[in-house]
Structure formats: C-alpha cells, structure tokens
Design a protein around this ligand. Structure first.
Ligand SMILES: [Zn+2]
Length: 235
C-alpha cells in the first residue's frame, strides 16, 4: 500500500521487536537485503525510483549501508531476538530493516526481487510465508538473472542459511513445484507495470523460470557442498 505522504515520525521500540517471534526480524532482513540489489539494478538501468525521478547517490549509499549492516550484524541480531534481548546488533538491524530499507527502496528503486515475490503470491502453497521470505527467493532469482559472480552468490546464500532465510523451493514449501506453476509465477512477475522492467535488460517469462530453477539448484548444491547446515527457521 502506498500513501501520498511519508509519516512524520517512525518509532520502533526495540524491546518490543526483541520480544516478538524472531521470524519477524529475519523476514524483515530478507526484505531489506533486496534493497541494495534492486536499487543497484535500477540505477544501472537509469530507471525511476519508487518516489519517481532518478536514483540519487544518497539513496544508493543508504541501500548499500543497509546490505552491509545486515551481512555484518544480521546473525548477531537474530541470536539476540531469539533470546529476546536488545543488543547493539539488534538496534543496527532494526535500523537497517526499517529506516535504511525504507529510504533505500523509495529513493533507489525496486527491480526483479519484488516482482518475483509478487509472482510467487500466485501459488497457494507458499501463501503462509512472510513477505520478506518470498522476497528473499526473489533476490536469489535476481542474482541468477544478473549472473552474479560465485563469490557474491556464496556470500549471500551462506548468510541466508545462517539466519534461516529461505533459499530453495523446498524452503518455501514448493519442493514439488511444476513447470506450469513456475510459468504462472513468471508471467505474473513480468506483467506490464511490474518492477522487473527496471532491470538493465529485457526480462522475459522464460528467463524468470530459468532463473528461479537456477537459483534453487544453486542453493541446494551450495548446501550440500559447503556442509553448512541451514539455521532453523521459526516455523
Ligand atoms: Zn518488500
């Protein structure tokens, strides 16, 4: 839902955040991690931000800070939230999830990750997953579309597994998803007006299907070959 004006003030009581189920915080990280990935693509394509107009260096810097903060402090913040304690890491991640992600997407732009999220809402099997959890698979799909280097890919998948963010179809209860269902997702993700058209290249439904399959397969292979155990998600 979009409002005509920003709020005058946003107050987050981190003690309330720390006492909520930690899945909320982790899901917020999934949403916030997409900020930099999507803002970077929008800027490269010289497309418009969510607020309208060209991305600014300031918006991009906040989006990047959001990413760095989550990679550096997300794991610690998750542990704090799991124990219901407020730590400097939790405070940082709440700022990243709320302020940096908010400003970063509004003044940066959305691209493939959120469009894939929107497409995934067409599948009832994953309805019970939270916004940020589905966005996270969208970010991985965008990585596949962009052909990100293995080093970046590994860093991201490893981080997601450490905090319990979904990286595979199975993680979203889509372990038996069919080609037709993926085509439905891809069609919705590439509908006219979708933010996927902010990518710096033309994205077709077939490319989205291939990228989702590639992202799932990459994450499964990474899990097997790295030996890293995914953190328990709280559901
Ligand atoms: Zn979002």
């Amino acid at each position: 839902m979009f409002f005509p004006h920003n709020p005058d003030l946003v107050v987050v009581d981190t003690e309330v955040a720390a006492n909520a189920p930690f899945r909320f915080l982790v899901s917020g990280m999934g949403d916030a991690l997409a900020t930099w990935v999507e803002a970077r693509a929008t800027a490269e394509a010289r497309k418009s931000t969510m607020a309208g107009g060209q991305p600014t260096m300031a918006g991009l810097a906040l989006a990047r800070l959001c990413w760095d903060t989550l990679i550096d402090y997300g794991f610690s913040a998750r542990q704090a939230a799991q124990q219901h304690v407020v730590t400097p890491a939790l405070e940082k991640v709440v700022e990243a999830n709320t302020l940096l992600s908010g400003l970063g997407f509004e003044s940066g732009g959305l691209a493939a990750a959120h469009a894939v999220h929107n497409g995934l809402t067409a599948l009832p099997q994953s309805h019970h997953f939270m916004h940020g959890e589905k966005v996270n698979f969208g970010t991985l799909t965008q990585f596949a579309l962009e052909d990100r280097p293995t080093r970046e890919y590994n860093e991201f998948v490893s981080f997601c597994m450490s905090v319990g963010l979904p990286t595979t179809f199975a993680d979203l209860d889509l372990g038996t998803v069919s080609k037709e269902e993926l085509e439905t997702v891809a069609k919705a993700a590439t509908a006219p007006g979708e933010t996927i058209h902010n990518m710096p290249f033309t994205v077709t439904p077939a490319m989205v299907v291939d990228a989702m399959v590639a992202a799932d397969s990459y994450s499964r292979a990474y899990q097997q070959e790295s030996g890293q155990q995914p953190a328990a998600s709280s559901h």
